[in-house]
Design a protein around this ligand. Structure first.
Ligand SMILES: [Mn+2]
Length: 323
């Protein structure tokens, strides 16, 4: 039972570094904050490591970023590395594999089916709705209590990874864990306001521009939208502001796969980053992501590649219709 092994490893190591994947989403940051802070409050010496150089998303800043480091701690050799929501060592950044090797020992807790099991102890449960429910299981096993901010952080992971309890990964455990976190002091309406209201106007302008590029292909089964560097410039939006666009594509009648292709600022205008969501349980977007050299879940996956938009769209359509 790997969760038991994970708990034993943590009991044996007082000094730890807790990390999530780079370009973190709500589940990654919720896991990092909720699990990391709870372990710290319970007596562990904890470094919170959010890998990467890009600014952390403003949407989750209310969870608290001020005590996070952005590169692997210098004393990692003396620490247990606990990775959360992280499907491979490379998701810790370019030095991720080195970091795993440097750490005194490593524990990998995740819900990605394609997790590479890169750590000394791997607790991978693809049936879990999100990483924060796995954090909750771990904290319970360790008998570590959660304060209200930690409970709120774990709740954020559930709400965001399940698409507000509506994606196909939504299960009884997600609802039961949410209920338990509410008992611990989470106010769902306050979290909702933090997450989904108070949008910057620039994000809505970016959405408007992105939707004008809507391209419905493969007999109505594939919906694609593109976001250029120029769109970011013209609207003043952040890269993270592109997040919600895909939900609009996924909601179109008959669509089985929604894809948003965007140019990351660091990519110099040639690199394209693809996010895909399946709208049908039988359609596996991870398969398409793997063909493009990326990864993810059956319902949500992505990849990056060099080339123009038409080339990337063609790859997606070819892989999708090949099945
Ligand atoms: Mn996740």
């Amino acid at each position: 039972m790997s969760l038991t092994d994970a708990a034993a490893a943590l009991r044996a190591h007082g000094r730890i570094a807790v990390a999530c994947h780079e370009a973190p989403d709500g589940d990654a940051l919720g896991s990092l904050v909720g699990c990391g802070r709870s372990l710290r409050a319970a007596g562990w010496d904890v470094v919170l490591w959010a890998p990467g150089d890009a600014p952390l998303p403003a949407d989750f800043a209310w969870l608290g970023y001020n005590d996070m480091v952005r590169s692997a701690p210098a004393d990692l050799e003396q620490r247990l590395l606990l990775t959360l929501d992280c499907g491979s060592a490379l998701r810790l950044g370019a030095d991720g594999e080195l970091a795993v090797a440097r750490a005194a020992t490593s524990v990998n807790i995740d819900h990605h089916a394609d997790n590479t099991r890169f750590a000394d102890v791997n607790e991978v449960d693809a049936g879990a709705a999100c990483a924060t429910v796995l954090c909750l299981r771990l904290l319970r096993l360790l008998e570590v209590p959660l304060d209200q901010p930690a409970a709120e952080a774990l709740y954020v992971g559930i709400v965001t990874d399940t698409g507000r309890f509506m994606f196909s990964n939504t299960n009884a455990e997600a609802h039961a864990a949410a209920a338990d976190l509410i008992v611990m002091g989470v106010e769902p309406d306050a979290v909702f306001r933090h997450l989904y209201e108070g949008k910057p106007a620039a994000r809505v302008r970016l959405l408007a521009r992105a939707l004008t590029t809507l391209d419905v292909r493969a007999n109505g089964r594939l919906a694609v939208a593109c976001i250029t560097l120029d769109d970011l410039e013209q609207t003043g939006a952040d890269e993270a502001d592109s997040e919600g666009v895909i939900d609009h594509l996924r909601a179109i009648r008959g669509v089985e796969i929604a894809a948003v292709i965007r140019e990351p600022r660091a990519g110099g205008g040639t690199l394209k980053k693809v996010s895909m969501r399946s709208a049908q349980p039988h359609v596996d977007v991870a398969r398409i992501a793997h063909a493009g050299g990326g990864g993810g879940h059956a319902m949500a996956a992505g990849f990056s590649m060099e080339g123009d938009f038409a080339h990337v769209i063609e790859l997606i359509e070819t892989e999708f219709t090949r099945a």
